[in-house]
Design a protein around this ligand. Structure first.
Ligand SMILES: *Cc1c(COP(=O)(O)O)cnc(C)c1O
Length: 357
C-alpha cells in the first residue's frame, strides 16, 4: 500500500555473547550498534542520545499503591525528548545516502530534534508545526537554525505541507513511519529497559502515545530480543495513554477496530499526543493486543496534575505527556488491569521546561 509503513529486518540478530562487549562500552544508544542500522566502522550523527536513567519512583508508588513503579526518564536526552533517539538514527542513514536537506511535520519535539541533528550533520532543515506548538519548543527549533513554518491546523496538515515541500526541493521527509529508521532509533528505548532490568522485562509499560514510534519501536525491540534469546521471562503488557482531547488509538482499541478513525478537532496541551490520524495505527493496535495490553485516555487536567506530581514529589521534570503516563498507570490500576504487586515502567518522554514560557 502506498505510504504504508515499512520496518527494517536484519538477516540475523546479535548472539547473547555480545552482551559482554556492551558492558565495556560507554553510554548512549549506539552502544547497541549491532542492533542498529549502522555499518561497521561507520560513525553515527550523534549528540550523546540515549543511556537515560530508569528511576524508582517510590514515593509516588506508595501514594498510588504500586510495589515497584519506575520512570524511564527520557527528558534528559539531547533536545529534551526521546525524539532524539529516532532522529539520530534517521539523520545518520539519510546523510549516508546523500541527503542535502530535511523536512519534518511535527507537534513540536521532533522538530527540535531534527533541527539539532541536521545542524550536527551540516544539512539544512525545514520544520512544519501547528500554530499551537508551545513557544519554548518553537524557540528551540529556531535556535538550532531550522526554518520553522507555523501552520493552522494539526500535525496531519503539517504532513501534507511537508510532502509538497519534499517533492519540490528534494528534501528527505523524516515523518514518523515514512522512513524506517526513526523506529530503529526508538527501539533502543526497549533495549535499554531490558538491560537496566537485568535482561528481564517489567509486567507493564505505560506509554504516552502520539504517532506511536515509541510503542512500535519498543515492541519490535522485545520481539528481536526474544528471538535472539537475550531475555528471560514474558514480554510486558504494553499500554497506550492518550488525552481525552485526542484519543484515536483508545477509541480504535476499545471498539475492536484494527485501524484508527481520524479524530475530529484534536486538542490537548500534551502536544506530542496530538496526532489525530497516526500512520502506524495498525502496528500500534497489533502491539497492544499481542501484548495483552490496553489503551486509556486521561483528561488534560489529570495529565497536567500528574506531571506536576512527578516534578514536586519525585524531582522529575515531566512533560505533560509524561504526566499522562502516570495518570494512565493510576487509571489502569483503578480498573484492575495493572495490579499492585506488578513491576510497572512509565515513560517520561520529554522535559517539562519545553512546555513552559
Ligand atoms: C512525540 C512525543 C510523544 C509521542 O510519541 P510517539 O512516538 O509519536 O507516539 C510523547 N511525548 C513527547 C514528549 C513527544 O515529544
Amino acid at each position: 500500500m502506498d505510504g504504508a509503513p515499512y520496518l527494517v529486518r536484519y538477516p540475523a540478530m546479535p548472539p547473547p555473547e555480545v552482551k559482554m562487549h556492551l558492558r565495556e562500552r560507554r553510554g548512549g544508544m549506539w552502544r547497541f550498534c549491532e542492533w542498529l542500522p549502522l555499518g561497521s566502522g561507520e560513525a553515527p550523527v550523534s549528540l550523546g542520545e540515549g543511556g537515560t536513567p530508569l528511576l524508582l519512583a517510590d514515593r509516588l508508588g506508595a501514594r498510588y499503591g504500586f510495589a515497584a513503579l519506575r520512570v524511564k526518564e527520557e527528558g534528559v536526552n539531547p533536545t529534551g525528548s526521546f525524539k532524539a533517539r529516532g532522529l539520530a538514527a534517521a539523520v545518520t542513514r539519510a546523510v549516508r545516502a546523500g541527503a542535502e536537506g530535511f523536512v519534518v511535520p511535527t507537534a513540536g519535539n521532533a522538530g527540535v530534534a531534527l533541527a539539532a541533528y541536521a545542524a550536527r550533520a551540516g544539512v539544512a532543515a525545514r520544520v512544519y508545526a501547528p500554530k499551537s506548538t508551545p513557544a519554548t519548543i518553537c524557540t528551540q527549533i529556531r535556535s538550532f537554525g531550522a526554518d520553522l513554518v507555523l501552520l493552522e491546523g494539526h500535525i496531519g496538515d503539517c504532513g501534507k505541507a511537508a510532502r509538497v515541500y519534499a517533492a519540490e526541493v528534494g528534501a528527505v521527509d523524516v515523518s514518523t513511519l515514512r522512513e524506517p529508521y526513526r523506529i530503529e532509533g526508538k527501539k533502543t528505548l526497549g533495549l535499554e529497559l531490558a538491560e537496566q532490568m537485568g535482561w528481564t522485562l517489567p509486567d507493564a509499560i505505560v506509554y504516552p502515545t502520539g504517532g506511536g514510534t515509541g510503542l512500535i519501536g519498543m515492541w519490535k525491540a522485545f520481539q528481536e530480543l526474544k528471538a535472539a534469546d537475550w531475555i528471560k521471562g514474558a514480554l510486558p503488557r504494553m499500554y497506550t495513554v492518550q488525552s481525552t482531547g485526542c484519543a484515536p488509538v483508545v477509541q480504535a482499541f476499545d471498539s475492536g477496530a484494527d485501524c484508527c478513525t481520524a479524530w475530529p478537532d484534536p486538542e490537548t496541551i500534551a502536544s506530542g499526543l496530538c496526532v489525530p490520524g497516526p500512520l502506524g495505527d495498525r502496528l500500534m493496535l497489533r502491539a497492544l493486543r499481542e501484548s495483552a495490553g490496553a489503551a486509556v485516555a486521561v483528561s488534560d487536567a489529570a495529565l497536567a496534575a500528574a506531571a506536576h506530581e512527578l516534578q514536586t514529589v519525585e524531582g522529575i521534570d515531566a512533560a505533560p505527556e509524561g504526566g499522562a503516563a502516570l495518570a494512565g498507570a493510576v487509571e489502569l490500576k483503578r480498573r484492575r488491569l495493572i495490579m499492585a504487586a506488578e513491576t510497572v515502567v512509565i515513560v517520561n518522554t520529554g522535559a517539562g521546561w519545553l512546555y513552559r514560557a
